[in-house]
Design a protein around this ligand. Sequence first.
Ligand code: PMP
Length: 363
Amino acid sequence: MTSRIYNFSSGPAVLPMPVLERARDELLCLPGVGVSALEISHRSPWFEGVLADTEQELRRLVGIPDNYKVLFLQGGARLQFSMIPINILRGTNKPADYVVTGSWGTMAQGEAKREGTVRTAYSSKATNFDRLPAKAELDLDPNAAYVHVTSNETIQGVQYASDPEAGSAPLVCDSSSDFLHRPVDISKYGLLYACAQKNLGPAGVTIVIIRDDLLARSDKNLPSMLNYQAYAAEKSMQNTPPVFAIYIVNLVLKWLRNDMGGLEKMLDHNRRKAKLLYDVIDSSGGFYRGHAQPAVRSLMNVTFRLPDDAAQDRFLKGAEAIGLEYLKGHRSVGGMRASIYNAMPVAGVEKLRDYMRDFAKKG
Ligand code: PMP
């Protein structure tokens, strides 16, 4: 195959074309450096510049206040399911509250239980994670060490449309599958984290934005590779960071600022794209049934079912035949999931919309 398909995978996911083109052009030789980003030492002036610039780009794009550190870690978002309680729950003699609105929140809570006392402030498991809590439904402990939420549940396609409200304890947010799809007010969070392989770049780097008072909680006797403070002290260079992944994140951040015009514009763009698909679902007379309740539908992962398994198989085969791929939903939800992250072009979503309309007509 020589031409690109439209890749609706939930992650690793589609990257912006200008980023891929630049990486291709520089793959054999970074201009003026003479080696590629796959080969270069992390102690080189080139990479130290890239790392510092990536942090600056992120701080500027998102508006990260000075009393927050930005860490570039490995081990994926799942390592954070453990590092968070190890660093900011251990030793507090307090519980951690978890707002469980999908599979990832469930997993995050499960890991935290290995570390300390964990409460369920809310769970939508009984309705297969199709909704988010109203404020009055949250059973929060005001004394909690933190409250953990998942801003976008990638598998269920359930998303907070704005920064979640979660009481007085520090808010900790897994933003792995929607970071940078809209502006966020970082000052509302104690800690926000995201793996890269959806909206930020390739797999291999995870970003943690942590407020200084939470950073101060890490026990100095923790293994250094699990210790936020140690990463902050070494500016994410305790060991070899994922050089290539961070280089791509740098290019994606520049693409967001220069080509997409920043996060407000990115949000408009994402809203328009998601509406194309939700409109087809809503006007299909029940042929397509969305999983998430309409008020909390994700702009990133559009989840829907067809009338039966046979129709779903035909749908997937027909889609693949015209270059619309990786649309099969997670088995716990069934049906389809179209992941339409920042870098998914409008043309890809329009092609899927047209295919869905035609398919529903034919039945
Ligand atoms: N949280 C969310 C919301 C995710 O979507 C994912 C990955 N799909 C993860 C955590 C786990 O990320 P990783 O594979 O990088 O550990």
